[in-house]
Every structure is written in C-alpha cells, then in structure tokens.
Design a protein around this ligand. Structure first.
Ligand code: NDP
Length: 256
C-alpha cells in the first residue's frame, strides 16, 4: 500500500477494481475532477500502483488499497484505511467484477456460480454497507453517492456465454433500486451504469479476447465503447449535476 498525499478539502472516492479497465478509467477521471481516490485492487498491485502514480504525476491524490471485495474483513479494513488516510468517503463506485469462461447453464457448477456471485453481488453489498455506515447522517455522515457497475447482460441474460454473470448483474440492479429507496432520506443517492461491449481485458477472462470486435457491427453505433466513455457516466452520477437522480441507470452500450 502506498501512502496518501495531502488531501485537505477534496471529496473522497473509493473505486473498487481500479487496477485496470473501467475502474482505472474512473479513478483517473475522478482525480482530474478533484477527488482523492482510493484505487482498490485484488491481485494486480503493480497495476494499481501505476494508476496511483499516474494520478500523482498529474497533481492528484490517490492511494492503492488491496482488498478482496467478497471478504467482509478485507472490505472493512479498506474502508478504515480510507477513513484514516483520505477522510470520510463521499462517493463509492462498485466496479469490481468477474466473469468466467463462456459456457451454458447445463455446464455450470456450484463453485463457479458461488465465485461469480461472491465478487459481483456479495462484494457490492459489503461495500455499500460500509459506505452507508459512513455517509448516513445518523452515523455522522453528510450523504454521498454510490454507483454500481451493472451490465447490459442483466437484461439480455448472456445465453450460451455466462448466465451466472448476467444473473449477478440482475442482482446488482435490484440492490441499486432497493438501496436507493432505503437511504434516499439520508442524502445518499444510489445509481447504476450498465456498460456493454467495452474494450477491456475482461473479455479474455471469458475466453474470447476479441469479443467486442466480433459483435460491434450488431450495435446501432457500429463500434465498441471505451472505458473512458463509461467513466464519464459514472462521474456524472457521482456529481451534483445528477442531484435529483437516484435508483436510476445509464446504459453505456452503443444502443445495444
Ligand atoms: P476488468 O477485468 O478489466 O477489471 C476488473 C477489475 O476488478 C480488476 O481491477 C480486478 O482487480 C478487480 N477485481 C476482480 N475481482 C475482485 C475482487 N474480488 N475484489 C476486488 N477487486 C476485484 O473488467 P472491466 O473493466 O471490463 O469491468 C469493470 C466492471 O464493468 C465489472 O463490474 C464488469 O462486470 C462491468 N462491465 C464490463 C463490460 C465490458 O464490456 N468490459 C460490460 C458490462 C459490464 P485485479 O486486477 O487487481 O485482480
């Protein structure tokens, strides 16, 4: 873990899974918008340090914190580190997510389904819980914003590829709706972003690194998206410009 640079008046954002892909783009844009950023990672500490260094080189404030979001003790420790090093969290972006090799439901087993749900669903719940415990006025907080990374798969179902992953994102959608109603009166807004066909290394985890290029012509916009285009939607949902928006979703999917 790197130590924080000074951060007196900045708002504080935690981005889970920010060592690469969409999470890294969110962290970099958030820093440019003035947030002090916790760059969470799971296994790629060097990559997370690279994101932190890029933020610092541009004059921003960032801290890399390793934590497996599916582990309650590690999530608690990460939030305590942020309390201590950066200050009370104002924005949480639940971006950490996994998928596994493309297959059919008839070939899934319990271990895989459990792994996918643990990171994508349990992890999102645990981070939301710790954020609410800091943002809600009854805990001394001042409100805040939570953005959950869902997927177009939550509505398309990902047949023949990863229905387990799609179902985990369906759960993220429902969590987003329920929590937004539960904590709206606390000044906490909870929204979702549903990306689709974004150029990241996640598709290699599904066994098809070229998936975006295979499918891009089927999109109304006829191209894949960039992590930066997803980050722009996330940052808007964290900002005061979206102050009357909660329990809502932005599809960043080229019209898919
Ligand atoms: P990547 O595979 O590029 O990055 C995933 C990130 O999540 C990595 O930083 C990884 O950390 C982190 N991560 C994985 N497991 C854990 C864990 N248990 N605890 C903490 N961090 C973890 O994915 P993308 O950038 O493509 O995707 C980001 C989000 O957007 C995901 O939720 C994904 O489902 C969603 N999404 C992406 C789409 C796309 O087309 N790319 C489409 C729809 C949704 P590390 O590398 O350190 O292990």
């Amino acid at each position: 873990m790197s130590s924080a640079e000074s951060s007196s008046a900045s708002k504080v954002m935690i981005v889970t899974g920010a060592s690469r892909g969409i999470g890294a783009a969110v962290a970099l844009l958030a820093a440019r918008r003035g947030y002090a950023v916790c760059v969470n990672y799971h296994s790629r500490s060097a990559a997370a340090d690279g994101v932190v260094q890029a933020i610092r080189n541009a004059g921003g404030t960032a801290l890399a914190v390793g934590a497996d979001v599916s582990r309650q003790d590690q999530v608690q420790a990460m939030f305590e580190t942020v309390d201590r090093e950066l200050g009370r969290v104002d924005a949480l972006v639940n971006n950490a997510g996994i998928l596994e090799k493309q297959t059919t439901v008839e070939n899934l087993d319990a271990d895989r389904i459990t792994r996918v749900l643990a990171t994508n669903v349990v992890g999102t719940f645990l981070c939301c819980r710790e954020a609410v415990r800091r943002m809600a006025p009854r805990h001394g907080g001042r409100g805040g914003a939570i953005v959950n990374l869902s997927s177009m798969a939550s509505r398309l179902g990902a047949p023949g590829e990863y229905v387990d992953y799609a179902a985990s994102k369906g759960a993220v959608d429902t969590l987003t709706i329920g929590l937004s109603k539960e904590v709206g009166a606390d000044g906490i807004r909870v929204n979702g972003v549903r990306p689709g066909l974004i150029y990241t290394e996640m598709h290699a985890s599904g066994g098809e690194p070229g998936r975006v290029d295979r499918l891009k012509d089927s999109l109304p916009l006829k191209r894949g998206g960039t992590p930066e285009e997803v980050a722009a939607a996330v940052l808007w949902l964290c900002s005061d410009e979206s102050g009357f928006t909660t329990g809502s979703f932005i599809d960043v999917s080229g019209g898919r």
